[in-house]
Design a protein around this ligand. Sequence first.
Ligand code: ARG
Length: 263
Amino acid sequence: MSGLDRAKKAAAVAAATAAAAATALLTAPAAVAAPQPIVGGTTTTTTAYPFVMQITDASQKQFCGGTLVSPTKVVTAAHCMVGETTGSVRVVGGRTYLNGTNGTVGRVSRIWIHPGYTGTTKGDDVAVLTLSTSMPYTPAKYVSSSQTSVYAAGTTARILGWGTTSSGGSSSNQLRTATVPTVSDAGCASSYGSDFVQSDMVCAGKTSGGVDTCQGDSGGPLLIGGVLAGITSWGEGCAQAGYPGVYTRLTTFSDLVTTQVNS
Ligand code: ARG
């Protein structure tokens, strides 16, 4: 299944679920959980996480996240950049709120998309943007290729973004963050089968669900020990029990990213 098909399918499932929930409400106005931050989590600021960037269109409307890794380089997801050109995107730093006008708007002079990228469930979901001018914010460190032990099952990871606070819901005006445990590769494979490409992906989320990245969080950071270790990529719905979020396994792409950062 292609990433797009999966997204459409996820949207259809979300619509069906919402319809079922609405019907249920007519008869039993009981336990329908309120939508929660990122899904699950709390509000935060770009002052607390200065390397978290909004990826926007030319009108500064946010559609993905990104991470500043040097004054002029931003790591994001390949799937965020499909169909984009240097003129169609901006990188906005230092702007906690989607409706803000503060911070720094960076123009993009180059877009590198992993040459192997064909769809989120195939892997290679990484891109590096080069900015025309430097961002006045402290970049994040990112994992080296040898740091594969950061993904040990159960390790706490931090997710950040402006994405929807429930599957099919609306975006958060304020940057949000949450922590989720890293999931073992065996666990992720049992959730997603062959769509989980172990070399290129890592999963994170609670077995019971409830906390996850969601639509609009893509391209944003998964931090482990404060270091960029993953890129928000995909998942079945959002925050569903048994379906953790799937992140680009950055150790696999660290050397390629470094080549881009130094070019
Ligand atoms: N593909 C989504 C995006 O473009 C990110 C989805 C993450 N989903 C999840 N369940 N963690 O924003």
